[in-house]
Design a protein around this ligand. Structure first.
Ligand code: NAP
Length: 316
């Protein structure tokens, strides 16, 4: 016998084939594949479309596009998804409920029913966890040098972190700011050696190794930071901005009660994008994987949508 929801629209309710959570490159690509498979598709996004890529000034490693800004890339993808008939609503998803034969996706405003779900929520900037860090965002604390660097022309700024993002940020800022402090908690870097060496050659960059920012001093705006080294010695540095580049954390907190995640919070999935719950898939930076790149996010988006379509076809 047919499932009850096959006729649900007759009774004034609405059942999606696929609900995609997140309108970044993975989620929007999923919606393109899902609509091309003629599936009723809803994308739910908490903030604005594009995800993290919107912060990239210039993308040079996406096939066919020689140079494109993150904003233009995201806007093209968004327009493409809309033109194919994806519904895109800006609502924060707070929970997924797994019923036997359908799922419910709950947002701050609504509850939506769907046959399948693709979680494409990506990852968020990791915070230092310092008192008044959140309040000072936009007033001296930034997580995106390419977005905010220009506000600090000829000023003294600091970057915390030792990965490629931190070194890229410090290099970028060294061309804008009068001085850049690079603060890293160890004396070895995760970043590529060539990039670290390039940074070491800059006259206006000073390294503080085995050190972390431990206090933010501000009136209305950030005025100075306290830096503490591994021996517990502190130093106050006057800066107009601190760029925090200490990695990212997957945005899976709302789903961890239902979906299996690893110790770092990434949804456990292989290249087929299946989670531990049948009918719930994951695409992009928030799943376990080795390479987190724009092209692997869009790749996941395609796979998750194809797998969701297969799942729907197999529902009795
Ligand atoms: P990442 O490689 O995870 O590096 C994070 C850095 O932050 C590490 O140096 C880490 O220190 C430090 N850190 C983490 N938590 C901290 C805390 N609570 N306090 C102080 N320091 C902390 O992150 P990412 O630099 O954002 O890079 C993410 C991925 O994107 C990487 O695979 C990277 O290669 C890639 N990426 C590539 C490029 C490029 O190719 N040009 C540019 C940007 C990013 P420890 O080293 O001590 O753990």
């Amino acid at each position: 016998m047919d499932k009850w929801w096959k006729n649900i629209e007759k009774y004034g309710d609405y059942m999606y084939d696929v609900i995609i959570i997140g309108a970044g490159p993975a989620g929007l690509t999923s919606s393109i594949y899902s609509r091309r498979a003629n599936k009723k598709t809803l994308v739910l996004e908490a903030l604005s479309y594009g995800g993290q890529i919107i912060n990239s000034l210039d993308i040079e490693n996406y096939p066919v596009e020689f140079h494109i800004s993150g904003f233009d890339f995201a806007t093209k993808l968004y327009e493409q998804a809309k033109s194919l008939g994806a519904e895109i609503y800006f609502e924060k998803v707070t929970e997924i409920k797994n019923n036997d034969d359908y799922k419910e996706v709950i947002t701050s405003n609504n509850t939506y029913k769907t046959k399948s779900v693709i979680i494409a929520t990506g990852a968020e900037n990791r915070k230092l966890g310092l008192e008044n860090e959140n309040e000072l965002v936009g007033k001296g604390i930034s997580y995106c040098a390419t977005c905010d660097g220009n506000f600090y022309k000829d000023k003294v700024v600091a970057v915390q972190g030792g990965g490629n993002t931190a070194i890229d940020d410090a290099l970028y800022l060294s061309e804008i700011a009068s001085k850049v402090y690079l603060i890293h908690r160890r004396d070895e870097f995760r970043a590529d050696e060539a990039m670290v060496n390039k940074l070491k050659e800059k006259d206006n960059v000073e390294f503080f190794l085995n050190s972390s920012v431990t206090k933010l001093n501000a009136k209305d705006n950030l005025e100075s930071i306290e830096v503490t080294n591994k021996d517990g010695e502190t130093k106050e540095l006057e800066v107009s901005a601190l760029f925090v580049a200490i990695g990212r954390t997957p945005a899976n907190a709302d789903f961890e009660n239902l979906i299996k995640v690893d110790e770092a919070g990434y949804i456990v999935a292989s290249e087929d994008c299946h989670t531990n719950i049948p009918g719930i898939f994951v695409a992009g930076d928030n799943r376990t994987k080795d390479v987190r790149q724009l092209v692997t996010a869009t790749n996941d988006g395609a796979i998750a949508a194809i797998e969701a379509s297969k799942y729907i076809s197999n529902l009795k």
